[in-house]
Design a binder for this molecule. Structure first.
Ligand SMILES: C[S@@+](CC[C@H](N)C(=O)[O-])C[C@H]1O[C@@H](n2cnc3c(N)ncnc32)[C@H](O)[C@@H]1O
Length: 357
């Protein structure tokens, strides 16, 4: 028998060899194995889903502002040694390299997808690797954590993936100890083994610096069930056609923060993307655009005014409380570093609307 050519074959071979596999093993093969979903970058307007860097370049302008304040906290030497993990098709990298607003950056993109690495290597001025290699000062990851393999629990049992004829099916097995707190309800819970391993790697490799991690999720909850994306639509049954759909679940930032603290990192309280981007000046950017739109109207340049209006509408998607604005930004640091001012301003914003919801 030759090597499996498709995720479905690889998953079937694994189950036939070892019995029902964990959800994490299933994700590993479906997303990152031969023919897996991430073999070529699937993100972008013509792909399966879009992420913030694809929505509007002001995202990257404000991430650059956030990085500048992290660089200020670190002090010399320059340039800032930045590593973007899970850099995908390089949209954020291109934009940050082109306009990091005077901040000198030495940029390394880390990707486990061969197709993504090929695309990233066409960007001038960037180093491309398949794993984190020190030294570096700041790690940036947008929508990485929710795609790292996780295990799934239901009540006191673990969901494994088995076979029923040709179909992949859920099989409930006794849950192991350790991470797997028992829960008498049949509520589905996620044990983020991949994200925890990533934090271990950060602890080992980040000598002095920060990590800015941006992802969907909640506090004390993942904020929703396991699901996928295909062709810009949500997929509920992620077992039906492995390799053709993303597989994700929101990240429990409270769990990740306490794990990061337990291994010796500082985890500052996370904030929503809405609060982060507003603290970084998105409201001022919007105001400038609105002024420009008014001036265009007054000067009779209608097409220009409509273009600015549509630009503003697009950028506002980044802070939509029902969409990308729900993403959370979490900053981890090595001990002894103060939080950046933008994060303190974002905390003020979230405290203010906790008082006046
Ligand atoms: C949802 S995509 C996000 C891509 C990009 N950051 C963006 O915002 O458009 C997640 C990316 O993380 C990559 N990835 C997953 N696990 C990884 C790992 N352990 N190391 C590096 N990259 C990884 C995937 O190949 C994929 O390109």
């Amino acid at each position: 028998m030759g090597p499996a050519a498709t995720p479905r074959e690889a998953i079937r071979d694994a189950i036939e060899a070892r019995g029902p596999i964990t959800f994490a093993e299933f994700m590993e093969l479906a997303l990152y194995g031969p023919g897996g979903f991430y073999q070529t970058p699937p993100v972008g307007p013509s792909g399966d889903f879009v992420t913030s860097p694809h929505v509007h370049p002001v995202f990257c302008e404000l991430v650059a502002a956030a990085l500048r304040e992290l660089a200020d906290r670190l002090g010399p030497p320059s340039p800032l040694r930045l590593v973007e993990v899970g850099a995908g098709d390089g949209t954020l990298a291109r934009c940050l390299l082109a306009g990091s607003g005077g901040l000198p950056i030495s940029y390394t993109a880390v990707e486990r997808s061969h197709g993504a690495r090929t695309e990233l290597s066409t960007i001038e001025g960037i180093g491309v690797r398949s794993e984190l290699v020190p030294p570096f000062d700041v790690v940036l990851a947008n929508e990485l954590l929710d795609n790292l393999p996780f295990r799934v629990l239901r009540g006191e049992r673990e969901v494994r993936i088995g076979l029923d004829g040709d179909r992949l099916v859920e099989v409930l097995a006794p849950a192991e100890g350790g991470l797997f707190t028992s829960d008498a309800t049949d509520r589905e819970r996620v044990a983020p083994v991949g994200a925890l391993a990533f934090i271990d790697t950060l602890r080992r490799t980040l000598e002095r610096g920060f990590a800015l991690l941006i992802d969907y999720g909640g506090l004390g909850t993942t904020g929703g069930p396991v699901h996928g994306y295909q062709g810009q639509a949500i997929v509920e049954d992620v077992l039906a056609d492995p390799g053709t759909t993303d597989i994700t679940a929101g990240v429990d930032f409270q769990l990740l923060a306490s794990y990061a603290r337990s291994v010796g990192l500082v985890a500052f309280a996370s904030v929503t993307q809405r609060d982060a981007l507003l603290a970084l000046g998105l409201d001022r950017w919007m105001h400038r655009q609105l002024e420009g739109q008014r001036r265009s109207m007054e000067a009779g340049r209608g097409t220009e005014a409509v273009r600015t209006w549509s630009d503003r509408s697009r950028a506002s998607l980044l802070i939509d409380p029902g969409g990308l604005g729900r993403l959370r930004w979490m900053v981890l640091a090595t001990p002894g570093l103060a939080p950046p001012p933008w994060l303190e301003r974002a905390w003020d914003r979230s405290r203010a609307h906790a008082r006046h919801p």
